[in-house]
Write a protein that binds this ligand. Structure first.
Ligand code: PRX
Length: 638
């Protein structure tokens, strides 16, 4: 029997209403979502149709309605008399801070929208955003939404090559970037990567709008580049939002899949905003008039889209955004920020919790964390040890922890406890939220109802589901809808426990999860084999105490490649950094004489994972040549 923590008294009042949500959704799922869409959003034109699934697996939710995402996130709060409420407290890495009220957001987002329009951006165009975490990034996303342009945010840690492929795939007309960004107290370049990406000469980009963040020197293309400070502050502060159909694409966000090429996950407006706002309000027990919410995710990831830019702002919340790393300039930085702003809801990733655990509990003990009332975890399974530490050291055994399972593709949290209702349990994300229908299947597609492990599937469409992969409808169908026809295959293993609670068991495909970031084994392998000395490469995600998984690469050299091996390993790491970004750099690279393969030639990653995790090698009878494992076993990682 797992340890459980009972719901707390102070959540009792909401608990009754929340229990009702489960009952309402159970009784009439579509009616429930329609009610949420009407209550949580302001529609320019009311919808009459809830779900249209005729074109499955491409869903249409609230299809004949019209709305604007930015109007919902900003203007209507000002119109309701909440213009003075703080939308964002911005904490810069150097300790300076700035407040952004909803009224200020409206003015500045309008100026950015007018600027983008003057650079030729029209409703339906794509805009790439390559900015550091901060208010400018949030405002730029909202400004795109305001004119009905589809944004594609590329995380500032991705390389020029990764940026280039995302810009061309999306067909972006404008890139918004900054000269550089602060990381660990250092100014690192960003615009340089944009210059490099556009130097390929095959992108449809006409203009680059450049925000000055660090003051570092940049190269300049007079025809193409525009300084933010030359145009945005001068632009008109009034702008009429473009009301778009509910199914208008709000954004594209690239994520790693099982093949080499990242997928442009497409989210649309009405359904996405409904579910982002619904989950943000209920999973975190949000009281917008009194809570101070802080999600540590960067807007380069889906968590930053749904739980920094859209969910909280649609709900009129007050939130903190922080530019830097948790250890700059000291290891108590996060807890100092919680104390400074009186943060009440704190949402972060297990990998960060584990890092803080390593630093020692005496660090958070120095700060007053008594304002906290709800804690959240996202991005990877949270091990019970980290859960218990988070609960005891940060939450003083007072704050419920919501372990939220979801994906870039799902758009919003689908599995999570609700504070005050569910007795929380370290390591389990517990149950499907109201309005979400899921099941666990075995390999043959039969539903598992006992405690055997199986594959997680979502059995009914949900409002914030992805609508496709940009420019690749076949891949959309293949990846998610072909494993179990008509059902969404999430790619995660899962099982129920004796109480019927769900435990997520990690990916079942060739996707790795490093520090909560999704990486594809195939994408890294295809970089490694570009090196002249490399004949073959296999990458696995091996268990890592801090980052959850770490990238471990096995490499076979071409005949005649007899140069310095340490130098080669350095070169390979650098290639991965250059082509994808620092997050994808292998922790270990092993140069091996052979790779274990089945008789049909498929690399047996399970065995490589065993090796990388220093486990005994299991059954090798399906190997074409079982002596291969003996050859590899003794080889040290570099
Ligand atoms: O394997 C699951 C894991 O992260 C994957 C989704 O990654 P991404 O699209 O980058 O989105 C991350 C933020 C939502 C999932 O397929 N994952 C996410 N949250 C959890 C999780 N695994 C276990 N427990 C979670 N709470």
């Amino acid at each position: 029997m797992s340890q459980t923590f009972a719901p707390r008294e102070e959540f009792r009042a909401q608990a009754v209403a929340r229990e009702q949500l489960y009952r309402d959704a159970q009784a009439d799922r579509l009616g429930f979502w329609a009610q949420q869409a009407r209550e949580l959003l302001t529609w320019e034109r009311e919808f009459t149709e809830i779900l249209n699934w005729e074109n499955a697996p491409v869903a249409s939710w609230f299809g004949d309605g019209q709305l604007n995402a930015c109007y919902n996130a900003v203007d209507r709060h000002v119109a309701a008399g909440n213009g003075d409420r703080i939308a964002l407290y911005f904490e810069a890495e150097d300790g300076t801070s700035e407040e952004y009220s909803y009224a200020r957001m409206q003015t500045e987002v309008s100026q950015i929208a007018n600027t983008l329009a003057s650079l030729g951006v029209r409703t339906g165009d794509r805009v790439a955003i390559y900015l550091p975490m901060g208010p400018i990034a949030v405002q730029t996303m909202l400004a795109c939404a305001r004119i009905g342009a589809t944004h594609s945010v590329v995380f500032g840690g991705f390389s020029a090559e990764a940026l280039h492929s995302r810009i061309t795939d999306a067909g972006a007309r404008v890139v918004v970037t900054s000269d550089g960004q602060f990381r660990n107290g250092k100014a690192l370049p960003l615009k340089r990567a944009v210059d490099e990406a556009l130097a390929h000469g095959d992108t449809p980009v006409d203009h680059v709008l450049v925000y000055q963040r660090t003051g570092m020197e940049v190269q300049w293309d007079e025809e193409r580049d525009v300084w933010w400070h030359d145009v945005v502050p001068q632009a008109s502060t009034s702008h009429t939002p473009a009301f778009v159909p509910a199914e208008h694409p709000l954004f594209i966000l690239y994520t790693s899949g099982t093949t080499g090429k990242p997928k442009g996950v497409v989210h649309t407006t009405g359904g996405y905003l409904t579910q982002a706002a619904f989950t943000h309000k209920n999973v975190f027990d949000l009281h917008p008039e009194s809570d101070v919410y802080w999600c540590t995710a960067d807007v380069g990831w889906i968590t930053g889209h749904s739980y920094v830019t859209y969910g909280p702002m649609v709900n009129g919340a007050t939130q903190v955004i922080y530019e830097g790393t948790p250890s700059t300039p000291h290891k108590g930085r996060w807890w100092e920020i919680i104390e400074k702003y009186g943060v009440t809801i704190f949402y972060t990733a297990p990998t960060a919790i584990r890092t803080c655990m390593k630093w020692g509990e005496e660090i958070p003990a120095k700060y007053d964390l008594s304002s906290l009332r709800v804690l959240g975890s996202v991005g990877e399974p949270i091990n019970p040890e980290a859960w218990l530490w988070f609960h005891r050291v940060i939450g003083a055994e007072r704050c419920p922890i919501v372990d939220t399972w979801w994906q870039t593709e799902t758009g919003a949290i689908l599995i999570s406890p609700l504070p005050g209702i569910t007795a929380t349990k370290p390591g389990s994300a517990q149950r499907a939220l109201p309005g979400v229908s899921l099941a666990i299947y075995d390999n043959l597609g039969d539903e598992i109802t006992n405690e055997d492990p199986g594959l997680l599937v979502i059995t009914e469409p949900w409002p914030s589901m992805l609508r496709g992969i940009w420019g690749d409808s076949n891949r959309f169908k293949e990846t998610y809808w072909s494993r179990f026809p008509g059902q969404y295959f999430a790619g995660d293993g899962a099982k129920y426990d004796e109480d019927g609670d769900i435990w997520l068991l990690g990916r079942v495909d060739d996707v790795m999860n490093v520090s909560g970031h999704r990486l594809s084994t195939a994408e890294i392998e295809s970089v490694l084999v570009e090196h002249d000395d490399v004949a073959e490469a296999a990458v696995v995600g091996a268990k890592d105490d801090t980052t959850g998984q770490a990238v471990v690469a096995f490499v076979i050299l071409r005949e005649g490649a007899d140069g310095d091996r340490d130098a080669l390993v350095d070169e390979l790491r650098e290639m991965v950094r250059h082509d994808i970004g620092p997050i994808a750099k292998p922790r270990d690279i092993l140069i091996v004489p052979e790779l274990p393969k089945t008789r049909s030639g498929k690399i047996m990653r399970r065995l490589l994972r065993d090796l990388a995790e220093h486990r005994d090698i299991g059954d090798v009878t399906t190997l074409a040549d079982s002596s291969v494992m003996e050859l590899i076993k003794g080889i040290d990682a570099r």
